[in-house]
Design a protein around this ligand. Structure first.
Ligand code: SAH
Length: 479
């Protein structure tokens, strides 16, 4: 999911994808049961135990629990299993608020008490460092994760797949893990309530008006995905219908009902994404009603936000994250700074009052247009954003002789491109801050970056409570 969602239709990641059909190193079959003690938790939040020295990944199991596990996948070097029965229950196990928490991605840790979720996230950072061993990693100051007082109802965006069941009921939700079976989500404890109210009302409207719903198997029908995004600090709400074609049957009635029944909705858009594709968003976005964007306020600045532009999913923790980024960067008056992977310019623009100059770039043209418009709307004249990849734009600037004092990078889950790291090492800014949403790629990238930089500290921030996702701010300085 942009960065957390990667614009792709599911949350799958990690080891599960590999070598599923190879012969295992030991004699074991799907369906077989055995007792297992969970030794630790893996990066996707699953419990890990060992059966005849093979790692067994068990979603929903917690450290120190003893379970009878049933094998669900046999691969060459690992097994996957599900809990058949728990013999010893962790004192930190809690009842999940969402009944379907074990079926879909995004609730990996809802059965774990929140203080332990925060410990888990710090551990994940440590585990990733152990795995890639960047220079000096044993001495890194890995600080306790900053969490939320109330770790629910935080998510500002719901992006749900839509389908019609055999009996004609319209449903909206997420795919069950490792499948395209939709799980209808009538409620969702991590979503901001307004996003769910609007989502469920839209589902009812699609049902009542018999708007054709996309059918993946036959590549027929129209509405594929519903997106509802709310701005926490202005109360703006945007709805996007992602459709299989430019046509949206019963559009007029749909818009009338939205205007009538959902006064909280301030913007209605349509995004066209034809055909079978694993990408959720298409290239064309049409304006249907209300404003063509919503505005969110962060750190005293107003940010216009287009439908396809990325914004952090947790508004309260975004302020915490950006405070940490600013603190780590410790920009001095008169310094120049690059905001790489800038989205709508939220990080760079909040530094503009200290900086002499801010430059940034992003691959999404709408996001860059928003960033430049946001600079102007906030009276900022020393910030400029360009469309392009961080790797290309940074090297063009370097060739043109631009030597920033500071760089902040905030890449998607894939981490930094090798060329970009080479350019950063060549340009050699005094200060470097890495904001990461994936501890694995962070640890891997640190192997390269620590050739020239030392890690002062790593501060993780919990942007996605109840999930296994972990965000971290790394302060680096020249060796
Ligand atoms: N800093 C912003 C956005 C971070 S999300 C914020 O805090 O809101 C990561 C951003 O990187 C997304 O906006 C995505 O469009 C952009 N992106 C992805 N690949 C990129 C690349 N190779 N070069 C530049 N930007 C990229």
């Amino acid at each position: 999911m942009a960065k957390y969602e990667s614009h792709r239709s599911n949350y799958r990641s990690g080891h599960q994808r590999h070598d599923r059909h190879e012969t295992p190193q030991i004699d074991v079959e799907v369906g077989q049961r055995f007792p297992l003690t969970i030794k630790r938790m893996g990066i996707n939040g699953e419990g890990i135990g060992y059966y005849k020295r093979m790692a067994v990944f068990v979603p929903g199991a917690l450290t120190n629990e003893e379970a009878v596990v049933e094998v669900t996948t046999v691969a060459h070097r690992f097994l996957r299993g599900k809990i058949h029965r728990l013999r010893k229950v962790s004192p930190y196990r809690v009842e999940p608020r969402d009944s379907y928490a074990d079926q879909v991605g995004g609730f990996e840790l809802e059965h774990l008490a929140y203080p332990q979720q925060l410990q888990f996230k710090r551990d994940i950072v440590r585990q990733s460092l152990e795995r890639y061993q960047p220079r000096g990693f044993k001495d890194y100051d890995v600080r306790p994760t900053l969490g939320m007082a109330d770790p629910y109802a935080y998510r500002n965006k719901a992006q749900f797949q839509v389908r019609k069941t055999a009996d004609g009921t319209v449903q909206a939700g997420l795919y069950a893990e490792r499948s395209h079976d939709l799980v209808d989500l009538p409620t969702c404890s991590v979503q901001m309530p307004v996003t769910m109210t609007v989502m469920r009302a839209l589902v009812t409207m699609l049902q009542d008006l018999e708007v054709p719903i996309y059918d993946e198997e036959h590549n027929s029908g129209i509405v594929k995905t519903l997106v509802v995004r709310a701005a926490a600090n202005t109360n703006d709400v945007q709805v996007v219908f992602i459709t299989n074609s430019q046509k949206l049957p019963h559009k007029h009635q749909l818009l009338l009902r939205i205007a009538d029944e959902l006064p909280q909705v301030t913007s209605v858009m349509q995004n066209v994404n034809p055909g079978k594709t694993s990408l959720i968003w298409g290239d064309q976005t049409l304006h249907l009603a209300g404003a063509d964007a919503i505005t969110e306020k962060l750190g005293g600045l107003a940010f216009k936000l287009s439908a396809r532009a990325f914004l952090q999913l947790n508004p309260a923790q975004t302020e915490v994250l950006y405070d940490q980024a600013r603190k780590a960067l410790d920009l001095q008056p008169g310094q120049t700074v690059v905001d790489a992977y800038s989205g709508i310019g939220t990080i760079g623009l909040s530094l503009a009052n200290t900086a002499k100059e801010v430059r940034g770039m992003d691959v999404i043209p709408e996001a860059v247009a928003d960033a430049n418009a946001n600079a102007e709307a906030n009276g900022i004249t020393n910030a400029h954003y360009e469309v392009g990849t961080a790797e290309d734009v940074m090297s063009q600037w370097a060739v043109a002789g631009f030597r920033p004092d500071a760089i902040v990078v905030d890449p998607p889950r894939t981490g930094l491109d090798e060329t970009l790291m080479d350019t950063i090492l060549a340009v050699h800014p005094e200060k470097l801050v890495y904001i990461s949403c994936n501890p694995s790629t962070l640890a891997k990238d640190l192997v390269t970056l620590t050739e020239d930089y030392r890690v002062d500290y790593i501060q993780s921030v919990d942007m996605m409570p109840q999930t296994a996702r972990c965000e971290a701010v790394v302060k680096l300085s020249q060796r």
